[in-house]
Design a protein around this ligand. Structure first.
Ligand code: ATP
Ligand code: MG
Length: 227
């Protein structure tokens, strides 16, 4: 398994008490597999992404990336694994306004010292070969999200985590971005987790799970209907 969560517990301070957000959450995602996660607002989806992406430590439980438990690893090791093995995509593309598409990728390559395939090839993969020299203000929302996906895929991460990547897009554009993530999961053999409020945009996830009361449950067709 490329990404494994074992009995993850996350609590946060809630006045004098502690509020449990993730309660024994377990998940396994292998190469070329795409998992959809839904759940009501506040159910802990972003927390799940943060724990999986080594942005946040769980109170208890194991986070294994390519077989290595990183839940108690030193910060430096976690940062290295995050940089080299994990691609993160969020609701907003978080691009630098003054940089062109290709410069957004060049900056990451420079900062991370990543050896990547050609940045142009990367943007070509996400269908942006004719938008290399546009700035975010000159791109549509869907195109901006494609740049963010290209950036997340630099260095060929084995794990891709997307937290509501289509929330800012219309339904048609949302479906296109979901189709792209599904296609890249297959071609790059990534272990992909997509959090979404619109599971119908994902044509055929390997598993659709719902986060409720801190744990992941299989969803029924009815759960997967547009919210
Ligand atoms: N650092 C924190 N301190 C206190 N409470 C937090 C913290 N982080 C998250 N929470 C709480 O934990 C719960 C889960 O938050 P999370 O952001 O993971 O939910 P979500 O499912 O992603 O919600 P949404 O669909 O609105 O994005 C919420 O009740 C939130 O207020
Ligand atoms: Mg969230």
């Amino acid at each position: 398994m490329t990404l494994q969560l074992q009995d993850i517990n996350v609590t946060v301070a809630d006045g004098p008490d502690r509020l449990t957000i993730l309660d024994g959450t377990t998940l396994a995602v292998g190469p070329g597999e795409l998992i959809a996660v839904t759940g009501v607002s506040g159910s802990g989806k972003s927390t799940l992404v943060a724990v999986s992406g080594l942005l946040r430590r769980p109170d208890q439980g194991q986070v294994l990336i390519d077989g290595e438990d990183l839940s108690d690893a030193p910060d430096r090791r976690r940062a290295t694994v995050r940089r080299d093995h994990i691609g993160l995509i969020f609701q907003s593309a978080n691009l630098f306004p003054s940089l062109t598409s290709i410069q957004q990728l060049e900056l990451v390559a420079h900062l991370d010292g990543k050896i990547t395939t050609d940045d142009r090839d990367q943007l070509d993969t996400v269908g942006l070969s004719d938008r290399l020299h546009h700035r975010p203000g000159q791109l549509s929302g869907g195109e901006r999200q494609r740049v963010a996906i290209a950036r997340a895929l630099m260095g060929n991460p084995s794990v891709v985590l997307a937290d509501e990547p289509t929330a800012a897009l219309d339904d048609a554009r949302g479906r296109e971005i979901m189709a792209l993530l599904a296609e890249l999961t297959t071609t790059r053999q990534t272990a992909t987790v997509v959090v979404t409020h619109a599971p119908h945009q994902l044509h055929d996830p390997d598993h659709a799970l719902r986060l409720a009361e801190g744990a992941l449950h299989p969803t029924t067709d009815r759960d997967a209907a547009p919210l």
